[in-house]
Design a protein around this ligand. Structure first.
Ligand SMILES: [Ca+2]
Length: 497
């Protein structure tokens, strides 16, 4: 879907398209090369539908995370392009570019592009000049390249206090301890990114840790660096799609693909449409979410894309936002969920739920509503041009499928290794075997790092409740395991500049 091929600073690229909101990225060429600064600008058109920016209530916007991979024609492998930080990028058409020097190098790994003013849901159409620091990537002035610009739809989740747990009795939910492990009627309110003490003293964050499926590790600190959802962050609007995962696989060396390809073994089952032919991966339906995945696969993808895993605290913030929590609420903030089987119409790639089976509230893809579909559904399928939050199943911020479809990989705190997560971002570089190289992420070699949130197409409605933590001890994290209902999505801490 994005075989963008080019030579030297004139280029030919096919557009990069994802169907969820018709995101299209067209690289027009390379321009304004400066051999003294060792920079060149990548001229790219970015357009997608249903973009927004509001300045009250949610106070947020959607954005596209742009990052670039290049291949020097003297080499046979793809590298991540180092971009300028700060003023190097320009956007015309009413948008802005936000870069991030999160590693203190003076450069950026990618750029967020979004509306620079209030915008009611409508098409965004920007021309972006991305400044590539090719000298920083040790490329020569006269070298020739193929270049691909990737884009991922994200939603901004602003800084703010929020509740973990609801004061209800969801399975293994978070609560504030105040004297009795059996009384969970106070949610734990997160008011900063400061360290949190987990345990059974008054005021601690607490949860019942008596189940191996839910995880047994509990007492001890959650470090200040562990992402707690208070600070602003960007969250992928949809789960990682089969198309996006194919893009990832096709950018790797054969050694790196290695264990990153577990999914083709299940081609044709549960709507997994990823297959391989002649060393090239493709998805018959790129708009379905990735399944047959694991923590290992999701972490590797996110390192490659310069995002990071989502903590289970951030999952609850992304769902409920700053609203008062509701006992047993789903991602859309109510307790009503559609349990009647859907029928779909249209081509698989652009399928829709039939109007006769589209519920008035709580649309999502869980086992009860899955019926003859027997798999996940097109990302964003439950949103229509007229549906509000409760009908479309959207989160407070407009993030889709946080209840249902794929069961999502998160960094949990009910397994000890999860506590070591420092919230650092992927750097676009994998090791020679395709493994993520971020030392601040939970390490697979240490053992369990698992945890899944939000339910799936083949689990029942109770799994989809926001504060349910019944699979926070689940671990499918090694290179040789994967599971039918597991997928995920990435986040990125909002730039602090
Ligand atoms: Ca999901």
């Amino acid at each position: 879907m994005n075989k963008n091929t080019t030579f030297y600073f004139l280029v030919l690229f096919l557009p990069y398209i994802t169907e969820a909101n018709n995101l299209q990225i067209t690289v027009n060429g390379l321009t304004n090369k400066s051999t003294s600064n060792k920079t060149v600008q990548i001229d790219v058109d970015v357009t997608w539908d249903n973009s927004w920016r509001v300045s009250s209530a949610q106070n947020n916007w959607d954005a596209v995370w742009l990052f670039v991979k290049f291949r020097n024609t003297n080499n046979d492998y793809w590298q991540h392009a180092t971009l300028s930080y700060g003023n190097g990028h320009t956007v015309t058409g009413g948008g802005t570019a936000e870069s991030d020097d999160d590693t203190g190098t003076g450069f950026s790994k990618g750029v967020f592009v979004y509306s620079n003013a209030a915008k009611t849901q409508s098409t965004a159409n920007y021309n972006v000049l991305l400044e590539w620091q090719y000298g920083e990537d040790a490329q020569g002035d006269d070298d020739t390249f193929e270049v691909i610009v990737y884009g991922i739809e994200m939603v901004y989740v602003p800084q703010g206090r929020y509740s973990l747990g609801t004061g209800g009795n969801e399975s293994f939910s978070f609560f504030m301890y105040y004297g009795d492990i059996n009384i969970r009627n106070k949610p734990y309110v997160v008011t900063s990114e400061d360290a949190i003490t987990v345990g059974t003293e008054y005021g601690n964050l607490c949860y019942v840790n008596t189940s191996s499926n839910a995880g047994t590790y509990r007492d001890g600190d959650l470090n200040a660096s562990f992402p707690k959802g208070y600070q602003g962050f960007y969250c992928m609007k949809y789960e990682i799609t089969q198309g996006q995962y194919v893009d990832f696989l096709n950018s790797l060396t054969s050694d790196q693909v290695g264990n990153n390809n577990r999914v083709t073994a299940w081609y044709g089952t549960n709507r997994n449409t990823i297959s391989e032919s002649g060393g090239t991966y493709s998805a018959d339906n790129p708009n379905l979410p990735l399944i047959y995945s694991s923590h290992f696969h999701i972490y590797n993808y996110l390192d490659w894309a310069c995002l990071r895993p989502m903590s289970e605290l951030e999952y609850e913030k992304a769902c409920r936002g700053t609203l008062d929590p509701v006992n047993n609420e789903y991602a859309w903030g109510t307790t009503t969920i559609n349990t009647t089987a859907y029928a779909t119409e249209g081509t698989l790639e652009n399928e829709n739920i039939t109007s006769a089976t589209y519920a008035a509230e709580g649309n999502c893809t869980i086992s009860e509503s899955n019926g003859a579909i027997t798999g996940p559904t097109r990302v964003g399928i439950h949103a229509t041009s007229t549906s509000g939050r409760a009908q479309s199943g959207a989160s407070y911020y407009g993030i889709m499928d946080l209840t249902g479809s794929a069961y999502e990989v998160v960094v949990g705190i009910s397994l000890e290794e999860g506590r070591n997560f420092d919230g650092s971002h992927g750097d676009g570089l994998l090791d020679n075997f395709g493994y993520y190289s971020q030392s601040g992420w939970p390490q697979m070699t240490v053992g369990d790092v698992g945890g899944l949130r939000g339910g799936s197409f083949n689990t029942t409605e109770d799994h989809g409740i926001v504060s349910v933590r019944k699979l926070m001890g689940e671990s499918y994290d090694t290179a040789t395991s994967s599971r039918d209902f597991v997928g995920g999505r990435g986040v990125r801490t909002a730039p602090k500049n």
